[in-house]
Each structure stands twice: as structure tokens, then as C-alpha cells.
Design a protein around this ligand. Sequence first.
Ligand code: PMT
Length: 416
Amino acid sequence: MTESSPSSPPSILLIISGGIAAYKSLELIRLLKKTGTTVRVILTKGGAQFVTPLSVSALSEHAVYTDLWSLKDESEMGHIRLSREADLIVVAPASANLIAKMVHGIADDLASTTLLASNKPIIVSPAMNPEMWTKSSTQRNIALLKEDGVHIISPTIGEMACGETGPGRMPEALEIFNVIQNFLIKEKPLSGKKALVTSGPTFEPIDPVRYIGNRSSGKQGHAIAAELERQGASVTLISGPVSLPDPAHIKTIRVETAECMKNAVLENLPADIFVGAAAVADWRIENQTAQKIKKRTGSPTLDLKLTENPDILQIISNLPNRPQLVIGFAAETHDVLNFARAKLLKKGCDWIIANQVGTDENPVFGSDRNQVTLVTHTLTEDWPVASKTTVAKMLVQKIIEELRNHEQPSCHNRSA
Ligand code: PMT
């Protein structure tokens, strides 16, 4: 059994616009980096008057992005990717000018274009002279940004660099850092939840060189583990032998046989969510040999005695401290829905994701695409043919809805 390491660091796109408070953003980068956060920075022309690209780049340990029209920047990481790869965009300091551009959808430089193209949550920390801050135009713009769902960190009152006193100071880096941390925790719907996922085949040895296995590639199970992790769950993936790399930031335990998979699952309970996507061998060889079986002259057949493996899904479903949501898969060549419903009842899980194996449109095993049907105790829902990543996203959205509808304390708070 081998293990690899856990927990994905968040990724933040920090936009530094023109203002003396830009120096505080250097400290903000340092604080974020200390927690392992990935920080990429866009520095506006104004921002670059106050802090240098070199210091930003040294602290963030990444290239600094400054120019919408830079062939180099766009080829390394274009403005769309910059926003897509971040969990959160933070504009600090946000000048009155950049705020006005955000409100009106003006996209005339890298920062404003990235903000307009963004599909991520945005935190804005305005910093400006008190007259500029209290001006009705700025206050109107702030109200509109709030209406658009942008989170505003109110500026504090104090003496400004220009010598005037009043509201408009950007809070200290630590305060902005704390807002970001709280925001990141709330943003991920599965934060605080623990998920266990099985994936891939199991190999049941016949002798030291041969085994009984199946065609599962692990693509579906690994995609589900990755999506659960992306939505904030702390995920343990228990994988049979696959050629896929261990997913980044997920604790991955590699096993070979059904027995080892069962033990690894039990050792990693309690959990809030269990997804059994592995194609676990139903049988193992009872008369497994310690030495390689040799061909025997005059004996063209070989008898292998099979014995049933433990049913991991059934065991988990019936434990007293079972996860709140137990999901199994059913891979069938025919009569898919009937078998899926029978499995739901027999094993005692909450949902079965049924997929028909072996059709030209849906070979399932090893393929990048899948067509599944969600079978619960109350509904049957056909999902369209989609990539396994999309199936994983749809399943995880269903999981999030289900947990929201039956809110319970997370397994970390329950006594095991
Ligand atoms: O890995 P891929 O190439 O991406 O393919 C994905 C997949 C086809 C493997 C996946 O989508 C899938 O259907 N997985 C379950 C396959 C399977 O073994 O189905 P089953 O009908 O034999 O088992 C039903 C359920 O019981 C499954 O959740 C299985 O994990 C579980 N089981 C089965 C036997 C056993 N001894 N223990 C179990 O826990």
C-alpha cells in the first residue's frame, strides 16, 4: 500500500492598482504565501508607480502581469486563464479609477479586461483620498459594485499620505488577509467535509505473476475525487492499480486487492461522503499459489477456485457510523436500471450511479466520456453523455445540494 500527500492550496489573483497603499500589498503577498497560497499579480501602470514588478515577482514567486498587449504575457498565461485559474480575485488597493471601470465594464488594460472576463468572486479594497472616497460618484459606484456581488472591504479612517485625514485608507495587510481567509472558507461548499472515494480496478493474484483484473482506468473515480477536493472537501482517494498519476493535493492510497481496498477504506473512516467508483473484483482466487503455476503436459485446463470478496459498499452502508451520503456505481452490460435498483436496496447505499458497459457510444471502461443514470430511493435521472470530468462535476453538485438539504454537523465533530 502506498500513500501520497493531501490538501490543495488556494490560488489568488491579486490586482494592484495605483495608490500609495500598494506597499501594503507586498506584505499581503507575503502573508498569503506563508499559508501556501498561490498568488499571481497584475500590476496596473499606476500600481507600478508605487511598487516595482521586481519586488512583486520576488515575493509572489511568479512573473508579474502588466500589459494586455504583451505577446509574452498572453502566451504564458492569457487574461482569461489568469482569472479562471484563481479561486478568488482581490483588488488591493483599488483606485477610484479602476472601481469606476469595473462598474461600467470598461476594459482598456489588463486589470480591467481580466476583471470583466472573470467568473470568480471578487474582493475590492478601495484606497483613496477622503474627498475622492466620499464623492457621490464613488459612493454610487461602490453601491453598484455591491449590487453586482463584489465584496467591498471598507476603507478605514486615518491620516492619509497626502496629509489629509478621513476615510479612504486601505486596511492593514493582516486585516485584508483575514477577510480573504474567511471568504475562501465560506466560498467552498464542501469545506469541513471529509470524502472517501474508491477508484480503478482491483487485481486479484492467481500466482506471483498473474492476476484477475478488469478494464477500469480510474478516470471516473479520480475525476470525482478531484472535483470533491475542488469544492472544498478533504478527500482520501483509495485507488486500485491505474496508470493515472495521483491527483494533486489529494491523499491517495494505492492498493491492489479488494481486501486491501476494504481495509484502507475502513481505516480512513469516519467520512461524510463515500463514493465507490472502483470496479472491485467480486471474487478472488481461493487456491492462490506462492510459486508460478507451470503448464503441465497432458493437462490443457487449469481449475481456479474463486471465493467471494467482501462487498465494501455494502459494509460501509451498514456501519453504525456510516457516512451521511453513501454512493455506489453499477456497471452493467444489460438490464441496467433493474440491476441498479436491486443494488441500491441490497447494499443499502443512498444512490447508485448506473452506467451501461460495452456499447459503442458508451464503452465506459477506459473511455474519457460516460453516460450515467442517477438512481436514488425516490428518483431516476438520466444524464447526457459527457466527459467524465463533467459527470464528476454534476455528481458533486448533486452531493452539495443533498448535504445542504439535510444539513448535519461534519464527521469531524461527531464521535466515531
Ligand atoms: O475507471 P473508468 O475506466 O473510468 O470506468 C468507470 C467505471 C465503469 C469503473 C465506473 O463508472 C463504475 O461503474 N464503477 C463500478 C464498477 C463496478 O464494479 O460495478 P459493480 O456493479 O460490480 O459494483 C457495484 C458497486 O459495488 C460499485 O460501487 C463497486 O465499487 C461496489 N463493490 C462491488 C464489489 C465489491 N466486492 N465491493 C464493492 O464495494
